[in-house]
Design a protein around this ligand. Sequence first.
Ligand code: G6P
Length: 344
Amino acid sequence: EDGKKGGFAHYMLKEIFEQPQVFYNTIRGINDAPLPDCNRLRDPVTVVACGTSYHAGLIFKYLLEECCQIPARLDYASEFRYYPPPASGLVIGITQSGETADTLMALRLAKAHNCHTLAITNVLGSTVTRLADTTLYMRAGPEISVAATKSFIAQLAVLMQIVNRFRGNSQTETLLEAHKAIEDALLMDFSETVGLCENAQSIFYVGRGPFYPVSLEGALKMKEISYIHAEGYAAGEIKHGPFALLSEKTPVIAICMPGETYDVMISNIKEMKARGSPVIGIGRSGDTDLPEICDLFIPLNVATLFTQILTATVVLQLIAYHTAEKLGRDIDRPRNLAKSVTVE
Ligand code: G6P
């Protein structure tokens, strides 16, 4: 088994390190694939997914609405059936394994309501591929570790490519550049961050706009493999409740990238600092505010929104990994979790 890990201590770390290549391969693969036709997008788009795949869906919803002005609905697959079904249109199921019962069930229901169904999956011949009208494949290769990492980056690659196609932009080359930024993030040292996280009672991950789902995914990785309670929050919501929990034992990891969310993130960070939480800021290298107001600053070379999303994701995966490693957890097989959940 050690041989299969290619010299890495865990499959999870190996899979994290495969991400630049996975991203590249998936972008290239999607380039040749027929995408759902743009006319369908005059109808409503609905996305259904679970777990990490749901977080990819949330980023996709943001990008579709912000970059393509296409309204999108996103449901937890397990909740889809409790709401009125979309009258028609496109229903996209995102599922790494292609076997998640809740996602399959939601797509069956969508078909029964005459929606066109599109599956985004990593597994050739999986159940979802037989169910959906169309399938797009991520090219992540087999993912062994229970916590999803490279499949998430591959999902983002597919979804970003769809967004580009829908906005009539064939910026594949620019998108491909992002794999270099992911590579840079892999070389960073997170020991100081781990020092702030390993004894935490709870960790809050905060961001705004597209960085809110990135925060959710970062927190999910942390709880899955380190067993430290972590929550992803829309940064503006922290004052509506979680403020009561902030102390020196609840570090905050804040994603604060240049752009429309920047100024208000800075003031949110100051508010959280004032309530005693150590703050780890993730931002653009060269930022001068963050190193001043945060206890730790993680600088990233980020040119585009897509790269910001991708690299912040990778950084959060590594923080979770190294924290869990420090705590001696069973990283590839966390307690009580399964790689694919085939019951509702
Ligand atoms: C399980 C896994 C998660 C995954 C979720 C959805 O809970 O532990 O890592 O995100 O299922 O899986 P899917 O295969 O549908 O993406």
